[in-house]
Design a protein around this ligand. Structure first.
Ligand code: TXA
Ligand code: MG
Length: 340
């Protein structure tokens, strides 16, 4: 059930008191705390089991005064904000001096995002009179699949009051389904804008608005936990398999009596040999929307492996392919072992 205005007001008061509240956004659900309160931010890290040197994104209301958070707001930031906020875009900017180091992971930069989900917007307007910031990583344990429903959050952290959460706001299923696009604007003079994490907004759209190239990260680019090789992973091993190989691989797994959970997007006869299968949409937006719920559902089948049919390689699929690659990273070699 969607949270009411009363629920939103109560959540704002809990956050002002330093408590943790899970909130819906258009990308994924976030585990929110007052970004101005270092103890509250520390509680996020404890709940997630996340290393404290990883920075968290600060979520702000539509009319928030960004100079409270960013020491400098380059013209590139204004362009991107005008084009994409509120929405699934996070900007990395030089931090303002008063931003707690707990938020920035000790770095000199801060990640800022203005989410478009109406409940997130209403909450940010209510919280500290619309001038506060909510630190919120995705509401999952470190390295695991991000939640796209309130139930996923409860599966992860327990019902409010029994664990780290004081409340969960319910805003239905997240629209975009994968985390925000992250663009680093802290090293413009030397590196230009840098795409740290692909997401709902594609590189072509960014370049069109900026009228300049957006680069991919070099070794010195800021740390981002969502950019670790292994991330977004279910408990069951995940293998990415090309469409052309799907029939053969599934046939071989069936011969070995392996239990396979299949995530396929193209019309294929192969699904019959899997113990569980999920038909995914064939366009990137709807696929992204369904991705994490799909991985969670297949993870619950206790299969030997989740076989994911590799989506197309073109730009529109960049965000989805990035998440799938990371979900499969720790499972390298598992498929070969199951076939041996
Ligand atoms: O869509 C999203 O961005 C969701 C929703 C809840 O807003 N949040 C999210 O947060 O994905 P999280 O913490 O799971 O991932 C945020 C990413 C991390 O990879 C983090 O390292 C990076 O943003 N990040 C945050 N602040 C940063 C900074 N100052 N410099 C570099 N990376 C930063
Ligand atoms: Mg995350």
């Amino acid at each position: 059930m969607t949270s009411s205005t009363e629920d939103i007001r109560a959540a704002a008061r809990l956050l002002e008191a330093g408590k943790l509240v899970a909130i819906p956004t258009e990308t994924v659900y976030g585990l929110a705390a007052d970004a101005g309160n270092p103890d509250a931010v520390a509680a996020i890290f404890a709940a997630k089991g996340r290393p404290s040197n990883h920075p968290v994104i600060v979520h702000v209301a539509r009319d928030a005064d960004l100079s409270r958070w960013a020491g400098e707001i380059p013209q590139e930031a204004h362009r991107l904000i005008d084009a994409f906020w509120p929405g699934p875009l996070t900007l990395i900017l030089p931090r303002a001096v008063n931003v707690p180091l707990a938020v920035t992971g000790g770095q000199d930069s801060v990640g800022l995002r203005c989410p478009s989900h109406p409940i997130a917007q209403a909450l940010l307007k209510e919280f500290r009179g619309g001038q506060g910031g909510l630190a919120a990583p995705s509401a999952n344990r470190f390295g695991r699949v991000s939640p796209t429903t309130a139930q996923h959050v409860i599966d992860e952290f327990g019902v409010p009051g029994t664990g780290p959460l004081a409340a969960v706001l319910d805003g239905g299923q997240s629209d975009v389904g994968i985390e925000s696009t992250i663009v680093d604007l802290t090293r413009l003079a030397t590196h230009g804008p840098v795409l740290l994490r692909p997401g709902g907004i594609g590189i072509a759209e960014l370049e069109q608005v900026l009228e300049r190239a957006v680069n991919t990260p070099d070794a010195a680019a800021p740390r981002a936990s969502g950019t670790l090789d292994a991330h977004y992973a279910p408990h069951t091993p995940v293998a990415l398999v090309a469409s052309t190989m799907l029939d053969e691989v599934l046939g071989q797994l069936a011969q070995k009596d392996r239990h396979v959970a299949l995530m396929a997007w193209s019309a294929s006869s192969a699904t019959v040999s899997a113990s569980a299968s999920l038909r995914m949409p064939a366009d990137p937006q709807t696929y992204a929307h369904a991705l994490y719920a799909g991985l969670r559902a297949l993870d619950a089948k206790a299969a030997d492996i989740i076989v994911v049919e590799q989506p197309p390689a073109d730009d529109a699929w960049q965000g989805v392919n990035d998440r799938l690659r990371r979900a499969a990273f720790d499972s390298t070699g598992v498929l070969d072992k199951l076939l041996a």
